[in-house]
Design a protein around this ligand. Structure first.
Ligand code: ZN
Ligand code: ZN
Length: 515
């Protein structure tokens, strides 16, 4: 007989961790409790020594797919007289809890969504403790329904019952809802008229097949969608986006990707993971029109990651799904922005009434043989999960570069990298940049003392940095690349670094750079 007190650190809130712990303990006949804490989870278990050891193993091996455990500390404590295993309610405390990223729809939810006998048959907001929106709907921490944009939807009795049942896979699934009590989709023409007497998602698919270009509200913002096999319509979209050659992202079901691109087992696994990023794959000669990625051997492909995407793709297999924005402005997330900014390109918009609180672009990367997934853009599915630093840092804000900006807010060993912000050369992007810095400071309770910026005196990010109180450090652009590379690979030796990355402001005030 043994009792262990276990402290786990990581992302455990909003990802079904406590019910998982409960089921593990129950199956192994252990007593004790589980409770969320500010930075993770506290567990005490008591039972046969062998079962306690097995419990500790299962904690790591069988944890829910979206949970992230950074460290587990277990110590033996005196036995207690208790028979049951309880989930304890965690009170609000002064600390903060990590926020889970948005998670692609899980296979259990998909099975229900396609089951004509299930009460969520074809329900485009289906989610559970293992999947669904998180980061994009959170308004305040700690994460629970009342502090998300789901607060305006009152659960029906069936959903409330699931939410309260420990054995249910929707136990404490904060965005839990159904067609009775949840958000709804509607299709509108660009002059705001609601398209009536049709099922909005099916009608959207029908219009896309007929060559329409439509804005579709998803998880972190809108996409502009069109048929990826229709040259004429893709060309029109390119002209609007002022992107003559840059590849446009495609969305396709994983079983259809084989017909348009070369995909190995590892790449297939990346698609199946909760992040569901855009992956660059070598293209095959296929139905995808050349205009999607002209003179480019690769296609940027993502799999459906929200229920609405799955439903759309069941009608039309290959969609161009490009971020809805003008040039380098932030992703559009409100209906009004669609009307104001996209009226010359989209004929309709498919929207819903679950507000997107935090916009978030799709993440992009590629698979490197032997090295795994290499990230080009770290956004949806990752943010705001912190990157662990090898040593403690003082509260620091690194405002990031001018182009393809992300900033980082760090304290101790956690570095919170922002979502993809964009090019800092217009007011909209600057507003988004400032909004996210304020939110990050609030969520993660970090008041920066050290402000790091690019050496270039004229960058907007430098100007912003200079207005923030605190000690400033200017870093030369290419040097920053090399140092981040050293950090990533934890190299502490003297090195000679070579950064091939366009131009930057040199330490002698001249232009430095190489391609
Ligand atoms: Zn699910
Ligand atoms: Zn309901």
């Amino acid at each position: 007989m043994q009792r262990k007190k276990i402290k786990g650190k990581g992302i455990v809130r909003g990802v079904g961790f406590r019910p998982f712990v409960y089921r593990c303990a129950r199956d192994l006949s252990l007593s004790g409790y589980v409770r969320n804490t500010t930075d993770g989870v506290d567990i005490e278990v008591q039972g046969a020594t062998e079962s306690v050891a097995r419990f500790l193993r299962e904690l790591r091996l069988k944890k829910p797919p979206a949970a992230r455990i950074d460290s587990v500390l277990a110590e033996t404590v005196p036995l207690r007289n208790a028979k049951s295993f309880d989930i304890k309610v965690s009170g609000l405390s002064k600390g903060f809890t990590q926020i889970s990223p948005d998670i692609a729809t899980c296979t259990d939810c998909l099975a229900e969504m396609y089951d004509s006998c299930d009460r969520r048959f074809h329900f485009p907001f289906i989610n559970c403790t293992n999947c669904g929106p998180r980061y994009s709907i959170i308004q305040k921490t700690p994460y629970d329904r009342q502090r998300t944009t789901m607060r305006s939807f009152t659960m029906c009795s069936d959903c409330a019952h699931e939410f309260k049942s420990v054995s249910d896979r929707r136990f404490h699934a904060q965005p839990d809802c159904c067609s009775i009590c949840g958000p709804v989709f509607e299709l509108r023409t660009i002059d705001k008229k609601k398209v009536r007497n049709v099922e909005p998602i099916t009608e959207t698919a029908r219009l896309l097949k007929r060559g329409k270009i439509i804005a579709i509200k998803g998880i972190g913002g809108f996409h502009i969608a069109c048929d990826a096999t229709n040259s004429q319509v893709v060309r029109r979209l390119r002209e609007f986006k002022h992107r003559p050659t840059k590849p446009l992202a495609i969305m396709a079901a994983v079983q259809d990707i084989d017909t348009i691109a070369f995909m190995n087992r590892d790449e297939e696994n990346i698609f199946a993971a909760p992040v569901a990023p855009i992956l660059l794959l070598a293209k095959k000669k296929s139905v995808i029109c050349e205009e999607v990625a002209p003179n480019n051997p690769y296609l940027g492909i993502m799999v459906p990651y929200a229920p609405v995407h799955h439903l759309l793709l069941s009608h039309i297999p290959f969609l161009v799904m490009t971020s809805a924005n003008i040039q380098d402005e932030p992703l559009v997330k409100e209906d009004e922005e669609v009307i104001e900014k996209l009226a010359t390109i989209v004929s309709h918009y498919l929207t819903h009434n679950r507000r997107i609180e935090n916009r978030c672009d799709d993440s992009i990367g590629f698979y490197l043989d032997g090295k795994g997934f290499s990230i080009l853009r770290r956004s949806r599915g990752y943010v705001p999960t912190p990157v662990s630093l090898p040593r403690d840092v003082v509260p620091t804000l690194a405002v990031g570069p001018y182009l393809k900006n992300t900033f980082t807010l760090a304290h101790k060993r956690d570095a919170y990298i922002s979502p993809h912000i964009g090019d800092l050369d217009n007011l909209e992007t600057l507003a988004f940049f400032n909004e996210m810095i304020a939110k990050y400071e609030r969520w993660f309770r970090i008041k920066p003392e050290l402000i790091v910026h690019d050496l270039h005196p004229d960058y907007l990010s430098t100007k912003v940095a200079q207005d923030i109180p605190g000690r400033k450090v200017a870093v030369q652009h290419h040097m920053a690349h090399i140092v981040s590379c050293l950090g990533e690979h934890q190299v502490y030796d003297d090195v000679i670094g070579i950064a091939f990355d366009g131009t930057g402001y040199g330490i002698d005030g001249k232009i430095w750079g190489a391609e």
